[in-house]
Design a protein. Structure first.
Length: 361
């Protein structure tokens, strides 16, 4: 499972801001609902904190229609609830697909009192998040060493890849100001300050992701789409820390008839399927996992362009280097760039009992 990697962070591509995919930093392999009254929900169902991941956008987002950089936090006070910043976070969900929105958890959370390095006070607020799916982080969270922030200088963030900017947190100060992170006057250190709530700063949103709906995880650049055919490609074992998710899509009925197949390295495996959706962007793909549950080989087997492709068969060449304990997952996928949305996994046991399908980072 993806973890913060102590603290060479891991990252996920998820959703879009405008036309650009959003890169998220994995702060924790558990959610941020760590208080006694905090909770996470998916619809009417409560989700345990250990079944979530807490993510923060890597880059600064947000721009209103003014000449200033970023967004106004609140024109009528310092409260996060009912603020322009809270509304902006909610609207960010419109850049997520329906499946992506479904796995973003509703968060209920109270913030404890906190201070910055110069003892500026940010009072406690009960239920500051009351079902928010996307939200700004708090000073308490951004001072948490468990999330990788050993100093305020670790909060530096960029809005165009090279230029650092100011960004809001949801924590109000004691006057007319709200917490933000920005450079000090001579731009030598990044610090938490209090900024007038009706001023402009960028946003760095956060959310909790349901791990129960993540089918598997692959390196964003480790699996190449390649050409359609029976030959599989080895997934590169590189040092990339950027990942893409495959989410379970329960609305489809794709299935594979075979549940077991004799494994023979270098041979041809024939599998029959039903219930596929057809479209020029729909494919049947396969992944072989190794004994540790990590994806080892990938290939697109068939483009489902015509209605007659809703059922049929596919053939694949079993990699000659296939080791003991490796097995295959056949899936239908839509030709998206980062977040893959198959209908459901169809496991075909091709050797020993398969391990859990979630590969470890």
């Amino acid at each position: 499972m993806i973890s913060p990697a102590q603290w060479g962070y891991n990252y996920l591509y998820f959703g879009k801001f405008g036309t650009e995919p959003i890169l998220w930093r994995v702060l924790s392999a558990s959610g941020n609902a760590i208080g006694d009254t905090d909770s996470l929900k998916q619809g009417e169902d409560t989700v345990s904190n250990k079944d979530a991941m807490f993510l923060l956008s890597e880059y600064l987002l947000g721009q209103d229609d003014s000449e200033y950089k970023g967004i106004v936090f609140n024109k009528n006070g310092t409260a996060y609830n009912g603020s322009n910043a809270q509304t902006w976070c909610g609207e960010l969900l419109t850049g997520f697909t329906e499946n992506e929105q479904n796995v973003v958890l509703a968060t209920v959370k109270s913030d404890a009192a906190s201070t910055n390095d110069r003892n500026l006070q940010f009072p406690a607020v009960d239920n500051i998040l009351s079902g928010d799916k996307v939200f700004l982080p708090s000073v308490e969270e951004m001072k948490n060493a468990k999330y990788g922030f050993s100093s305020e200088n670790d909060l530096i963030a960029y809005h165009d890849g090279s230029t650092a900017g100011d960004w809001w947190m949801r924590s109000a100060g004691t006057g007319k100001s709200v917490a933000d992170a920005e450079y000090n006057g001579d731009r030598t250190e990044y610090k938490i300050y209090a900024k007038l709530a009706n001023a402009h700063s960028y946003a760095r949103p956060a959310f909790n992701l349901s791990k129960n709906d993540v089918l598997f995880v692959c390196m964003a650049d480790g699996v190449k789409t390649g050409t359609v055919g029976s030959t599989l490609t080895a997934i590169e074992s590189n040092l990339s820390s950027e990942w893409k998710l495959t989410l379970l899509d329960k609305s489809r009925n794709f299935s594979v008839i075979e549940t077991e197949a004799e494994k023979f390295a270098g041979g041809t495996l024939t599998l029959h399927y039903t219930g596929a959706q057809t479209d020029p962007n729909e494919y049947i793909s396969t992944i072989f996992y190794d004994a540790e549950g990590k994806p080892a080989y990938y290939g697109r087997l068939k483009n489902l362009t015509d209605e007659v492709d809703a059922e049929g068969r596919v053939e694949l060449t079993v990699p000659a280097e296939l080791g003991e304990g490796e097995y295959t997952m056949l899936r239908q996928s839509h030709g998206r760039w980062r977040t893959v949305l198959p209908p459901a996994q169809a496991m075909v046991n091709s050797g020993l009992t398969p391990p859990a399908p979630a590969p470890r980072a």
